[in-house]
Design a protein around this ligand. Sequence first.
Ligand code: UTP
Length: 298
Amino acid sequence: MVNKVTKAIFPVAGLGTRFLPATKSIPKEIMTLVDRPLIQYAIDEAREAGITDFIFVTARGKSALEDYFDSNPELEKTLARKGKTELLEQLRDTDMESGAIAYIRQREARGLGHAVWCARRLVSANEPFAVLLPDDVIAGRVGCLKQMVEAYQEVGGNMVAAMEVDPERVSNYGVIDPSDSDGRMIAAKGMVEKPSQHDAPSNLAVIGRYILRPEVFASLEKQKAGAGGEVQLTDAICAQIGKGAPVTGYLFEGERYDCGSKAGYLQATVAFGLARPELHDEFREYIEALTSLLRAAE
Ligand code: UTP
């Protein structure tokens, strides 16, 4: 019997250098897609999957993120007084129950693996936990983490979200060395972080959703910096292979946007803007006019 997944770690302590100068003072995770910060999409996905305990690994300069999850009684009172019930409801939808969020500091940005390790004392032995990277935004009928949690009940062990990428782009990702596959599940016999196209064992990239067993903390504890001089989560998960708990890649259904990169963020903005009923017509008209202008200029 696999234990229920109720805890999630959100590593948000990265420097976000690809979005400088904005990230000098704005945490990347607070940047908005239409009107919701990236972190809200990740929280909503986690809630849909049954997560009740949220652990944020933060750092210096991220206080806007903590403020975002605080209540704002003054704003609520004003909206109520003005009868803006719809806005008030939207605001309340983002409320987090007292005690549901814990903040842990990563003192130095030493990589994703190190950020996850910083939360080790908040996870009990034998308790599987999720990790969500808010800069990977995944749109789909059913949230990616919910899909994974359901599949996880069958296989347990460690699970990573996976998707096929253009072979020329594998060097941007952790890549799975597959041994077997069954529908959406891929058994991994290895994993490599940011391989060259030539050395990549497949084009199955690891995306920022994980369900892990706490044994991964012991591997992270021992681990030296890997690719890019950072402590890599992929390496610690890979170290679990052959130790009794399988590592499974889950080919999720949905569209993933890499909002940690400028191009991915802009694509997501367009896609999420078009998906909003109240914006769709006006936005579509604009995009169509822009497209014909671009065509005419070619
Ligand atoms: P990225 O690799 O996107 O790094 O981190 P980054 O620092 O956020 O952005 P760039 O590359 O400088 O532009 C992936 C996830 O891991 C977190 C980030 O906050 C992001 O959610 N992370 C990364 C940490 O929490 N700590 C770290 O030391 C590194």
